[in-house]
Write a new protein. Structure first.
Length: 157
């Protein structure tokens, strides 16, 4: 009787250095996003005043608090799925891909709403503040594409 000793599980590739670099930087980025989310939700106007001098924190918080529940939910999903996704990426876990897809979708929905319905706060629509939302969406998309590529190359298990 012959016994087949070949491995039946999928093989994984060695972890490339760029995964650690991208993973650590992306986790720091998403950790700041989580910090910003928590501070905005708990400290409100005082946090906004400290982070964005010249922006009316109370007015901005009134704008945020008026978000429909689906926008607030998308924001939360985008933030927490992004943080989970980058941690999963560092763990080389295949679930990083769907987590980062949820993060991208949350960013598109939450920030897309803000882009389509401007705050009316002039300082938020000038300079760097006018482009932050686009940057967040682009970064979330890039992380999803990167994780998918790592899964395709069998780096994620």
């Amino acid at each position: 009787m012959d016994i087949d000793t070949t491995a039946t599980s999928a093989t994984t590739t060695a972890t490339p250095l760029h995964l650690w670099i991208v993973g650590v930087l992306a986790t720091l980025w998403n950790a700041f996003g989580a910090y910003d989310y928590v501070m905005t939700r708990t400290r409100g106007a005082a946090y906004i005043d400290s982070m964005m001098p010249g922006v009316d924190g109370a007015g901005y918080m009134a704008y945020i608090n008026a978000f429909p529940i689906w926008v607030s939910s998308a924001w939360a999903i985008g933030v927490w799925a992004g943080l989970a996704g980058t941690i999963l990426l560092l763990m080389r876990h295949r679930w990083a891909v769907p987590a980062l897809l949820f993060s991208f979708a949350g960013a598109v929905i939450g920030i897309g709403y803000q882009i389509l319905k401007p705050s009316g706060i002039a300082e938020m629509e000038r300079g760097f503040n006018a482009y932050v939302g686009y940057l967040v969406i682009a970064f979330a998309f890039a992380l999803f594409v990167y994780a998918r590529a790592m899964r395709t190359r069998n780096v994620l298990r």
